[in-house]
Design a protein around this ligand. Structure first.
Ligand SMILES: Cc1cc2nc3c(=O)[nH]c(=O)nc-3n(C[C@H](O)[C@H](O)[C@H](O)COP(=O)(O)OP(=O)(O)OC[C@H]3O[C@@H](n4cnc5c(N)ncnc54)[C@H](O)[C@@H]3O)c2cc1C
Length: 306
């Protein structure tokens, strides 16, 4: 628990980021969880995933962007990504973070950027808005609902709900009533007990309750977890309620539990792999290490080998 908390704290530490990114082993370590640095470099890894029956969600790494030039770069990258997905015929859509599109600079700028991206993605590509820390939950949901109710409403957009937040039960009901497409995950940030369940058992119980609401009343829900207990609970609930496999999908992270990803495909489930790319991989990597401090051994082994 202490290691998780420490790693999550370090995820936001700029000095640590500079130190880690200078190290020779870091690129090799990041390569386990990150598919490449440029749009072009992800084509081959995505093709390979597709060839194994896995769909993909591509995320250009970057968050908490506070200057307009960086936001412009993020926009250009996503627009180029849409082009490449179409030209190459990849089975992929995209995920993004609103703080990478300027939410911290101005919600209005972020909204206009989202409108532009969703128009460019339409009609064939879907855009998932990732959920960030609880400081952004309300703003993210507000912006999503505004897009949904835009004079020219957007339907090629979805959002994420985190099971560790107390508020999520209510959020799920509202999103289900709207017909919104929701990805359910446990939640990856360091949150205080005033907003999130501190105990893993309570997070897991919340995940199961929310998964059931999504399977019964959601629109094409995505169940994003590597936890075999959550996956079994989902499969069991779907069977008991005669919900066919194609009414929902499982999602997992690039480089995590590849065995489980393949097993689910072989059993006939839809599986999508969240595949990040780009050079800003440090906070993403630290959150992955926090989820499974055993991954630190992987790092140490690489350092010793290097
Ligand atoms: C597709 C996808 C999208 C996500 N989007 C968001 C988002 O928008 N916002 C957000 O806050 N969080 C997001 N997350 C992260 C999520 O909130 C959790 O932090 C993460 O998935 C770990 O939780 P778990 O459900 O896998 O279960 P856990 O209880 O953490 O882990 C269960 C088991 O899974 C395996 N495992 C889990 N993580 C790792 C890892 N890093 N390396 C190796 N094995 C591992 C281990 O075997 C572990 O015992 C996303 C996760 C996925 C899969």
């Amino acid at each position: 628990m202490l290691t998780r908390s420490l790693l999550l704290q370090l995820a936001g530490n700029k000095k640590m980021e500079a130190f880690i990114k200078q190290n020779a082993w870091s690129a090799r370590m990041a390569a386990r969880f990150v598919a490449g640095e440029t749009v072009e470099s992800v084509i081959e890894p995505v093709r390979q995933l597709n060839a194994q029956g896995l769909a993909v969600s591509l995320d250009f790494l970057g968050e908490s962007v506070t200057n307009q030039e960086e936001v412009a770069l993020v926009m250009d990258t996503y627009l180029r990504l849409f082009q490449v997905i179409r030209e190459v015929g990849l089975n992929a859509y995209v995920s993004l973070k609103l703080t990478a599109l300027g939410l911290d600079i101005s919600p209005e700028l972020c909204y206009r950027n989202m409108q532009r991206l969703l128009k460019a993605a339409s009609p064939d590509l879907f855009v998932r808005i990732d959920m960030e820390s609880s400081l952004y939950t309300q703003r993210t949901l507000d912006l999503f609902e505004r897009l949904w109710n835009d004079p020219e409403p957007f339907r090629n957009v979805g959002v994420v709900i985190q099971a560790y937040l107390y508020r999520s039960a209510e959020d799920i009901e509202r999103l289900n009533a709207m017909g919104a497409r929701v990805r359910l995950c446990k939640g990856a940030y360091r949150e205080p007990p005033s907003v999130a369940f501190p105990r893993k058992a309570d997070v897991d119980a919340s995940f199961v309750r929310l998964m059931q609401r999504l399977l019964l009343h959601g629109n094409d829900p995505a169940i994003a977890t590597h936890d075999p207990k959550m996956i079994e609970a989902t499969q069991r609930f779907a069977r008991e309620h005669q919900i066919p496999c194609d009414r929902f999908e499982f999602q997992m992270l690039y480089g995590v539990r590849r065995d489980l990803q393949m097993r689910l495909v072989q059993e006939g489930y839809r599986v999508r792999v969240y595949t990040p790319f780009g050079t800003h991989w440090y906070p993403y990597l630290m959150r992955r290490l926090a989820e499974r401090p055993a991954n630190l051994w992987f790092v140490v082994k690489n350092v010793l080998r290097g």
